[in-house]
Design a protein around this ligand. Structure first.
Ligand code: B1M
Length: 212
């Protein structure tokens, strides 16, 4: 691993937000690609945070400050990953489902979709089924993107699809789902139109769903 990527990785584990920001800038200046910094530095560090949490070495406060450091690094990469001045190819309503506050993966998916010229209506976290329905109805979204990181909140994806059906708007929107505990099988079971395991595959999926 490049020394500077290692520094970014360590700074996130330490929750050292300012160091993460400085090192991400330094890495870009040294010519490393935003993609490499993102995947080998930021995303890899969060996976390690998860492992340390599982082993009882990290607790919620450590996860939280690591997440803040990761988000600061991400905000520096955003202008590079997302092109300004684009003509939208579709509108996506995105959010983390009810009861779930994890937003790093969802933000990354939004950023990549924006970079691929989708307009994003970001509903944030803890989004109730009726809020998703409202967004589809009020903003005329073509795609609804739901994220869940907790096994306990995954059922709220099905509840959202049911709410779309009840409101009579299910046929107007393609539903895609993702998040670490999900599988393709789960997506099929709940009646989603597609599942993507990561942010870049979320872009291909959204394009495929738009074309269908
Ligand atoms: Co939480 N947490 N957390 N946490 N947290 C996990 C998810 C956990 C797996 C940790 C563990 O035990 N190893 C575990 C869940 C266990 C389970 O459900 N089986 C867990 C737990 C238990 C909890 C709490 C219950 C802890 C507690 O309070 N006792 C609590 C719940 C709070 C709540 O939501 N109601 C909690 C809280 C938190 C923090 C707030 C401290 C913080 C979140 C901060 C934030 O997001 N702003 C946090 C964090 C940081 C994590 C871990 C460590 C990292 C998550 C992350 O950001 N990963 C996580 C462990 C892990 O995932 N290994 C963990 C990086 C991110 C880039 O990846 O989100 O997977 P990810 O997104 C990927 C893909 O999944 C995919 O693309 C992304 C990029 O490639 N993707 C999509 C995601 N959404 C998509 C949507 C798509 C397509 C692809 O289409 C629509």
């Amino acid at each position: 691993m490049d020394q500077i990527i290692e520094n970014i990785f360590e700074s996130i584990l330490d929750g050292a937000q300012k160091v993460t920001e400085a090192k991400v800038k330094e890495a870009l200046e040294s010519g490393l690609s935003a993609d490499k910094i993102l995947n080998e530095g930021l995303v890899a560090a969060m996976a390690e945070v998860g492992r340390l949490f599982e082993e009882g070495e990290y607790f919620v406060p450590e996860m939280l400050i690591a997440a803040r450091a990761m988000q600061s690094g991400l905000s520096i990469l955003k202008p590079i990953l997302v092109e300004e001045d684009f003509k939208p190819i579709g509108k996506v309503a995105a959010g983390t489902v009810k009861g779930d506050l994890h937003d790093i993966g969802k933000n990354l998916v939004c950023m990549m979709l924006e970079g691929a010229s989708f307009e994003i209506v970001d509903l944030g976290t803890d989004v109730k089924p009726e809020q998703f329905v409202e967004a589809v109805r009020d903003h005329g979204c073509n795609v609804l993107a739901m994220s869940a990181l907790l096994t306990t909140t995954m059922p709220n994806m099905k509840a959202t699809i049911e709410a779309l059906e009840t409101a009579g708007v299910r046929g107007k929107v393609k539903v895609m789902v993702g998040g670490a505990p999900l599988t393709d099988q789960f997506a099929k079971e709940i009646g989603a139109d597609g599942y993507a395991p990561d942010a870049s595959q979320a872009v291909s999926l959204a394009k495929k769903l738009m074309a269908a």
